[in-house]
Design a protein around this ligand. Structure first.
Ligand code: ZN
Length: 299
């Protein structure tokens, strides 16, 4: 039997134990019931590591079998256990999270290897595992405050799909990273609030449904931007499965999105793509964090 612990750090922290890739026992949550986006962002990095270690230690002690691997999903650019950047969790930027968490865990007698991965990559891994398609290319867009792009199987690289350039308009300047014309600068929640200073994003989508011209034009742009990002990845890595999830996935109109992707992907070998919405679910990323960590043992 393989035993892993998966941890997801996003707006909150969720941790769970996986026996043979099945969640077992209760999920542990930190900042449960709170929706404050900057809750976790305000926690100093050392304290964050302690919180993670405490959750992992609780789960490790919950059953007698030793844990084979520990997987932690965090937003941002993650390579070799280092969080190179994390625009929505700025205090962990540059952090050697893998090493630091390992050190704290070893002091608590937990010796299982720690694997840090991008949160969207973990969702892709979790979806692939759930669907029994771990050998196939699986891609995920996470639609929230920022826009995340994840893929499974893991391939060395940056893969910051949310920052792909989808517009040449110099006025498209709302991306959290400061870059012009970025997908997240159109689709991200923060970016939408900056664009519509008088309306919340939910109101923009609601007004569009009522036929408001300005909001309709934006909702159209929003879907064309997502279609452009998706079409670009189809042209680079081929057709296949794309999943859409995240806190704001409810904004996605799948038939509208599909119609735009179809106008952008015209080469027949590339037209066998599928688009699917997944309700946001911490369990998927948690499972993916565990899958990535266990795969890391054999890689
Ligand atoms: Zn950007």
């Amino acid at each position: 039997m393989s035993t892993a612990i998966g941890v997801v750090v996003t707006q909150h922290i969720v941790a769970g134990r996986l026996n043979d890739l099945q969640l077992t026992g209760d999920l542990l949550r930190y900042a449960a019931g709170s929706d404050q986006l900057d809750d976790l962002a305000a926690i100093p990095p050392g304290e964050l590591v302690e919180i993670l270690a405490t959750q992992i230690a609780t789960l490790a002690a919950s059953e007698p079998e030793p844990v084979d691997a520990i997987g932690v999903a965090v937003p941002g650019i993650v390579r070799y256990g280092v969080v190179e950047d994390s625009p929505n969790l700025t205090q962990i930027k540059g952090m050697h999270l893998g090493e630091e968490l390992t050190r704290v865990l070893v002091a608590r007698g937990i010796l299982a290897p720690v694997h840090i991965a991008n949160d969207a990559d973990c969702i892709a891994a979790g979806v692939a595992a759930t669907r029994g398609q771990l050998e196939k290319l699986t891609r995920v867009w996470t639609i929230g405050n920022g826009i995340g792009y994840g893929r499974w199987p893991y391939v060395e690289g940056i893969w910051e799909g949310g920052h792909i350039t989808v517009s040449l308009d110099p006025k498209e300047r709302f991306c959290g990273c400061g870059g012009i014309g970025h997908l997240e600068g159109i689709m991200g929640y923060r970016a939408m609030r900056l664009r519509f200073l008088d309306l919340e994003p939910e109101e923009v989508f609601a007004n569009a449904r009522q036929g408001d011209t300005r909001c309709l034009e934006f909702v159209d742009l929003w879907h064309r931007a997502l279609a452009a990002g998706t079409a670009s990845f189809i042209h680079l890595a081929g057709p296949g499965r794309f999943y859409f999830t995240g806190h704001n996935v409810g904004f996605v109109d799948l038939p509208l999105l599909r119609s735009y992707v179809e106008t952008m992907v015209r080469l027949t070998p590339l037209q066998s793509f599928s688009l699917e919405i997944l309700p946001p679910d911490d369990g998927t990323a948690l499972l993916g964090a565990g899958v990535s960590a266990l795969r890391g043992l054999t890689a």
